[in-house]
Design a protein around this ligand. Structure first.
Ligand code: PMT
Length: 221
C-alpha cells in the first residue's frame, strides 16, 4: 500500500495526443497512446490525490476513482487545463500536443480532383499550454511538470525546453516509431529547474510515474 502523501491534493494530468481536424474524416495527430498519462493518474490516485485526467483521444478505460475529461484538439485541451488547474496543487502535461493545426477546416470531406495537384495544407500555431500555465500559476506554489518527447540530443534539447517552457520539472524521454509511444515501458531523466537531474531506468510507466510524484510531493511539502 503506497504512502498517502498526496492526500488532500488536487492534481491534473493530461494524457494522449491531440488531433487537429482537416475535415470531418481526417486529422493531423501523433502516436501517443495515453499510457504514460494514465499511469500518472492511477499512481496519484493510489497516493491519495484527487485526480483530474484530461484525456486526448486515448481509447483507454477510465481509471477507477479518477475524474476523466475527454478532449480532442490542442485548443480544447487548453480550455480544460485552464479550468482544472484553477484549484490544482500540481499539473502534469504528459499529453503530446500538436504545435500546429490546419488553418482551414473543410465542413465537407476534401475530394481529390482528377488531374489536379492536391492543395497544400497551411498550418497555424497552437497555443503553448505548458508555457502559459508555467508563466501564470493559478495558485502560488503550484508545481508544473512538462514532458519532452525527443528523438535526438535528448538531454541538451530537454534542458533548453525546460528553460523555454518555465516549468518546475521536465521529464525527458526518447521517442520513435516503436519507442515509448504505446509501449508499457519508459526510460527518462527528470530535469529540475533547480538544476537537478533524476535518471529513471527502463521499466514500467508506473515506475516513472511514481518518481514524478515523489519529486512533486517533495516540492509541495
Ligand atoms: O502516451 P504514450 O504512448 O504512453 O507515450 C508517452 C509520451 C511519449 C507521449 C509522453 O511520455 C511524452 O513525452 N509526452 C509529451 C509529448 C510532447 O508533446 O512533447 P513536446 O516535447 O512536443 O512538448 C513538450 C511539453 O509541452 C509537453 O509537456 C507538452 O504537453 C507541452 N505542450 C506542447 C505543445 C503545446 N502546444 N502545448 C503544450 O503544452
Amino acid at each position: 500500500v503506497p504512502e498517502p502523501d498526496l492526500a488532500g491534493r488536487h492534481v491534473v494530468v493530461s494524457a494522449g495526443g491531440t488531433r487537429e481536424p482537416l475535415d470531418p474524416v481526417r486529422f493531423l495527430g501523433n502516436r501517443s497512446s495515453g499510457k504514460q498519462g494514465y499511469a500518472l493518474a492511477r499512481t496519484a490516485a493510489a497516493r491519495g490525490a484527487r485526480v483530474t485526467l484530461l484525456a486526448a483521444n486515448t481509447g483507454l478505460p477510465d481509471p477507477a476513482g479518477v475524474d476523466v475529461v475527454p478532449v480532442g484538439t490542442a485548443v480544447q485541451l487548453r480550455e480544460a487545463v485552464l479550468k482544472a488547474a484553477a484549484d490544482a496543487d500540481a499539473v502534469v502535461m504528459a499529453a503530446a500536443v500538436a504545435d500546429f493545426r490546419p488553418r482551414d477546416y473543410a465542413t465537407g470531406k476534401i475530394k481529390k480532383k482528377d488531374g489536379q495537384d492536391p492543395e497544400p495544407v497551411v498550418l497555424v500555431r497552437n497555443p503553448d499550454i505548458l508555457a502559459e500555465i508555467s508563466a501564470e500559476r493559478a495558485r502560488p506554489g503550484q508545481v508544473v511538470v512538462g514532458f519532452a518527447a525527443e528523438t535526438d540530443d535528448v538531454l541538451a534539447n530537454g534542458r533548453a525546453k525546460l528553460e523555454r517552457k518555465g516549468c518546475d520539472l521536465l521529464v525527458v524521454n526518447e521517442v520513435g516509431e516503436r519507442k515509448t509511444f504505446g509501449s508499457e515501458e519508459n526510460e527518462a531523466v527528470v530535469l529540475g529547474a533547480d538544476g537537478s537531474e533524476t535518471p529513471v531506468p527502463y521499466g514500467p510507466k508506473e515506475f516513472l510515474a511514481e518518481t514524478v510524484w515523489d519529486l512533486v510531493a517533495a516540492r509541495l511539502s
